[in-house]
Structure formats: C-alpha cells, structure tokens
Design a protein around this ligand. Structure first.
Ligand SMILES: *[C@@H]1O[C@H](CO)[C@@H](O)[C@H](O)[C@H]1NC(C)=O
Ligand SMILES: *[C@@H]1O[C@H](CO)[C@@H](O)[C@H](O)[C@H]1NC(C)=O
Ligand SMILES: *[C@@H]1O[C@H](CO)[C@@H](O)[C@H](O)[C@H]1NC(C)=O
Ligand SMILES: *[C@@H]1O[C@H](CO)[C@@H](O)[C@H](O)[C@H]1NC(C)=O
Ligand SMILES: *[C@@H]1O[C@H](CO)[C@@H](O)[C@H](O)[C@H]1NC(C)=O
Length: 333
C-alpha cells in the first residue's frame, strides 16, 4: 500500500477503492477544522433544517455560546454545497491522519478535543498532526520599494495595513481607511488592492499630506518580510490564517476585523483567548469607520491595552519558534 499526500478537502472515493492511504492537509486552523468535522453530528441531531438551530452547540474546544448561526458554511441540508461538505467530512474521517497548520500554543484549546477524539462521537477521528506554523515564504522582490522604505524607519515605529489578496474594498471603505490613518497620526505602510486611481480613492491631498509619514503601495508587497522587519509595530488586517501565522512569527500585534465568516472564529482565538489583537467594530452600514480605525490603531500603538497585546504576541512568537524547532507539536495517538 502506497501513502500519498493529497491536499484537497475533496478527495475522490477512488483513492479508498484503490487502497491508497489518505492524509489530509488542512490549511486553516484547528478551530475551523473542529466545526467542519462536527457537521455530520450536527446534521444527524438536527430534526429540521440545521440552520434553524439556535441553541448553543457545545462543541468541545469552542466557545460555549457557539450556535449553528455562527457556522461559516451553507447549512441548508438540501443544498449542493452542504451535501459536498458532508461528503468531504466523511472522506476526511476515513483518512489515516489530518495534518493541520497550527500549533499548541495558539490553538491548544481546540486541539485537545480533536486529539482526544471528542469531536466525532463514533471514534472515527483520524490521528491529528499539528505541524504549524507553516508559512508561505515571501516570493518576488521589492519592486515597490517597501523594504527599502522600511529600512529607513526607526525600530518598532509603524503600522502595516494589508487585507489579503482576495479583497477589493469599495471606494467608500478605502476613504475611511485613509481618514483613519490620518487620524491615528502614526507612520504607516498601506497595501491597496484596487484598479482605481489612488488619488481618486483617498480624501483630497491625502497622499501629499501623509508623504512624510506613510507609504501607499498598490496591489502587492512582500508581506512575510514586512511582518518580520524590525520597524513593524502593528498590523491591520483581516483574520486570514496565513496572515495571522506571519504576524505571530514576526511578533506583530494586530488590529483586525473579520471579512469572511471563517475569520470570526479566528477572532475568538486572537482577541478573546490570546489577547494579541484588538477588534475593529463595523458601523451599521457594514464599513469600518475612519474614527474606529484611527482610534484602534492609536490604542494598539500607544496604550496599556496595546502594550499588553505586544507582550502577549512576543510570548507567542517564542512559542511559535519552539514549535518550528520541534518540527511542529506532533500528537501521535
Ligand atoms: C455513528 O454510528 C452509527 C452506527 O454505526 C451511525 O448510524 C451514525 O451515522 C454515526 N454517526 C456519525 C455522526 O457518524
Ligand atoms: C460569546 O462569548 C464570548 C466570550 O466568550 C463573547 O465575547 C461573545 O460576544 C459571545 N457571543 C455571542 C454571540 O453572544
Ligand atoms: C460596535 O458597534 C455597534 C454599532 O454598530 C455598537 O452598538 C457597539 O457598542 C460597538 N461596540 C464597541 C465595543 O465599540
Ligand atoms: C507602552 O510601552 C512603551 C514602551 O515600553 C512605553 O514607552 C509606553 O509608555 C507604554 N504606554 C502605556 C500607555 O503604558
Ligand atoms: C526537525 O527536522 C529537521 C529536518 O528534517 C531535522 O534535522 C531535525 O532534527 C528535526 N528536529 C527535531 C526536534 O525533531
């Protein structure tokens, strides 16, 4: 029997028929994996449509108040999306092991029930290997001159803003970010993903007024290298898992707001459990206002709470280095 590593969550049943052992590589964290593996149980317990369940689900390792409403997935059990997910989980539970990109010091609470096989009641949970933090290495060069700019900044002096490669904010949100940056009076490096003209996106003369203190770069920058740079002191971001792991490795505390559903679970870990991030509150119109953003950046860069986040992320950085030196916190059952 030959062992193969298969990286997609949708593994054709054919591998089972051929008796090829399956190892899943799960790129998100353990808390998201836990709720994914819980889906068949949820499906079985639901008397009607799952999304009608508003009671706390009490999934081990998750917040006590987590309900089906908090699920980041389509839960209509008649939908194709749900059926595919259910199939995926069933195939996953037949695998030899699941490899997760996380480590004990950040997700111990979610990992323990997975390792103790408490998530799938029938005892079909595969062995878990938490091998994180695995971080995509920076690729590409410094075409935009960010790293050159960073080298000229004092140690621990500026805040970095980047929201992942998938996100295109509407113009109104970009203007609020610009307002917030000016309000915070902090040095900044802002990666803007947009096809629109930068002058057009920001308040009048924003680029000119902030030239001394800030750098705005369009579309791409070597994020991993920036987060590991000595001048970087704060990171404004979504809770994308890769970005979070890069921030942890660099020891950079975060100001963050979830953009996609899965990210609100990552928020639980980073804001509530680890206290390495401050949360961005959205206004009623669904945007983060300039006042909110500016206030939270100032809070992070200069307040007791901000200092506490810095201390906490520094500890986590050390734990992440230890996990890497040990080639991950492997659990063998
Ligand atoms: C648990 O096992 C029973 C009996 O084998 C089966 O009917 C049921 O579908 C299983 N539940 C889950 C969540 O896999
Ligand atoms: C769930 O509990 C956490 C504290 O553990 C709290 O911060 C959060 O607001 C609660 N969520 C809801 C929807 O009540
Ligand atoms: C977040 O915003 C809502 C309004 O959208 C407000 O009611 C709430 O008090 C705010 N929370 C914090 C912590 O600022
Ligand atoms: C935060 O820490 C810095 C550096 O240690 C210190 O200079 C500053 O006074 C602290 N701010 C607050 C509000 O505690
Ligand atoms: C981690 O992996 C490297 C490369 O395979 C190996 O040289 C090293 O001994 C391993 N460290 C531990 C603690 O197992």
């Amino acid at each position: 029997m030959k062992d193969n590593i298969i990286s997609s969550p949708i593994v054709p049943n054919i591998s089972l028929k051929l008796e090829i052992s399956i190892y899943f590589y799960y790129t998100s964290g353990a808390i998201v994996l836990a709720i994914f593996l819980h889906l068949p149980t949820l499906h079985q317990n639901a008397k009607k449509y799952i999304q009608d369940l508003h009671m706390p689900l009490r999934i081990p390792g998750l917040p006590n108040n987590f309900t089906a409403d908090d699920y980041p997935y389509e839960l209509d059990s008649e939908s194709d999306e749900f059926k595919i997910m259910l199939e995926s989980v069933k195939t996953m539970t037949k695998s030899v092991a699941i490899i997760v990109n996380t480590f004990d010091a950040i997700e111990g609470k979610a990992l323990e029930p997975l390792n103790k096989r408490m998530i799938i009641p029938n005892g079909t949970t595969p062995t878990m290997f938490s091998i994180g933090p695995l971080i995509t290495s920076s690729y590409g060069g410094d075409e935009n001159g960010c790293l050159r700019w960073l080298d000229l900044q004092p140690s621990k002096s500026f805040v970095f803003l980047s929201f992942g490669s998938m996100v295109r904010f509407p113009k109104a949100q970009l203007k609020e970010i610009a307002l917030g940056l000016e309000k915070s009076k902090q040095r900044f490096l802002w990666i803007v993903r947009s096809e629109l003209d930068l002058e057009d996106l920001s308040p009048e003369e924003f680029l000119k007024r902030t030239k001394e203190n800030g750098m705005v770069v369009r579309n791409w920058a070597p994020q991993g290298a920036i987060l590991s740079h000595d001048s970087t002191d704060g990171f404004v971001t979504h809770y994308g898992w890769n970005s979070v792991l890069q921030a942890v490795r660099g020891g950079v505390p975060m100001v963050a707001g979830p953009l996609y559903a899965e990210q609100s679970l990552n928020k639980v870990i980073l804001v509530e459990e680890m206290k390495v991030a401050l949360e961005l509150n959205k206004s009623k119109d669904g945007f983060v206002s300039g006042i909110e953003l500016g206030g939270q950046i100032k809070e992070l860069m200069d307040s007791c709470k901000g200092n506490e986040s810095k201390q906490m992320i520094f500890k986590t950085k050390i734990s992440s280095k230890e996990a890497r030196d040990q080639n991950g916190s492997l659990f063998l059952i």
